[in-house]
Design a protein around this ligand. Structure first.
Ligand code: ADP
Length: 363
């Protein structure tokens, strides 16, 4: 590029176990002269990616997350956030081919496991080289960058998480967050301690993550999509499925401060035939969501205690359109830490890895 920047188009891609996240920077400061010189294929890609019809049946551009009128790499424009199921990678490669992508860029920056898994296909089928970056490095860089460049508040928390009526989303000032814990809930879970922008450690993880929720929910309710699973859960009551402390004690287990409403055994009522016959699909979806969420919350809290940290940031697409889990995590962190720990959330949920990857392209 002219100013020591790479040639356009500028992309960052995070190829995850379930979803591929793509970030595209669209320059808006294109002069007439530049537009005239712009190669037809680049123009096409720009128009295509920013149109609303571009992503077929399964791809989505998250318009509400677009960062408008931003300075990036010496240019001014929009940062676009796009996702599609990783299972549709073949269709994406086909698109890259028909839009003459390889005539513009010889390589593309990618992170996530799929950067390794699909490397050969990118090479062979579309003649694109993948520049691979570590997904956790990218995640940390992406969080730092987006928090500082979103003119609206990126970080938020739930105030009064113990009260259903008063619980409310509030902006959180994340300017000096160190040290903090990141709990990335994608298909699986990774937990990192972040000491400074370039110093972090992966401390734990779990295979019981967003993929587990979706997989179990599909099995138990016959639903087909994440949105459907969340919709079902929002209408269900997990108390019919779970065995609560009160089902066992008849009330609170007060000696150890356990309220009767606490889940004693997830799905514990399902060993009984009559109970099985009296629950609904929404109940099962809700119980699955609560089980997975509480397990993540409990693991996060143990890591935070171990590391002596009181701010825990939850990210990953498991939290997409999933206020139930966010409020539950906010409640659990507050309740079980006796008010000493705070659950934080970020608006760009699952896109930080892809953002970090785009930053790698520019550096
Ligand atoms: P990964 O990088 O492992 O793909 P993500 O952060 O993208 O992880 O999160 C994937 C999880 O997000 C899924 O397991 C599911 O729980 C949830 N999810 C949210 N939206 C969708 C969607 N449209 N399709 C599939 N899963 C989704």
């Amino acid at each position: 590029g002219e100013h020591g920047t790479p040639p356009m188009p500028w992309f960052g891609m995070d190829i995850g176990g379930t979803l591929t996240k793509l970030i595209y920077f669209e320059p808006k400061d294109i002069s007439v002269e530049e537009e005239e010189q712009e190669r037809e294929s680049l123009k096409q890609i720009r128009k295509y990616l920013t149109s609303n019809v571009a992503y077929g049946k399964t791809g989505v551009r998250d318009e509400h997350l677009e960062l408008k009128n931003r300075e990036f790499g010496g240019r001014r424009g929009s940062v676009h956030f796009i996702r599609f199921p990783t299972s549709e990678m073949d269709a994406f490669l086909q698109m890259a081919k028909t839009k003459h992508f390889p005539s513009l860029a010889r390589s593309i920056c990618a992170t996530g496991g799929g950067a390794y898994k699909f490397e050969e296909e990118f090479n062979k089928n579309v003649n694109l080289e993948l520049h691979k970056f570590d997904e956790l490095d990218c995640l940390i860089k992406g969080i730092h960058y987006i928090d500082r460049h979103n003119p609206n508040c990126e970080c938020y928390y739930y105030d009064q998480p113990r009260s259903v009526e008063a619980c409310e989303k509030r902006p959180y000032n994340f300017r000096n967050p160190y040290p903090y814990l990141v709990v990335n809930v994608g298909s699986g879970v990774s937990i990192l301690v972040v000491y400074s922008p370039d110093n972090y450690r992966r401390v734990s993880g779990s295979s019981l993550g967003g993929g587990t929720f979706l997989g179990l929910c599909c099995l138990l309710t016959g639903c087909e999509t994440f949105e459907e699973a969340i919709d079902l859960a929002s209408e269900g009551d997990s108390k019919n499925v779970d065995k609560l402390v009160r089902d066992i004690y008849g009330g609170d287990y007060s000696r150890f401060n356990l309220s009767g409403d606490t889940v004693a055994s997830s799905f514990g009522n399902m060993m009984c035939k009559e109970r099985r016959n009296s629950i609904s699909k929404p109940d099962l979806a809700k119980a699955t969501l609560v089980m997975i969420t509480n397990n993540i919350g409990s693991l996060a809290r143990m890591c935070a205690v171990q590391e002596g940290i009181d701010r825990v940031v939850f990210v990953g697409n498991f939290l997409r359109v999933n206020v139930i889990s966010m409020k539950l995590l906010a409640f659990a962190m507050d309740y079980w830490s006796e008010g000493t720990m705070k659950a934080l959330f970020l608006e760009h949920e699952g896109y930080f890895g892809a953002m970090g990857c785009l930053l790698e392209l520019m550096s």
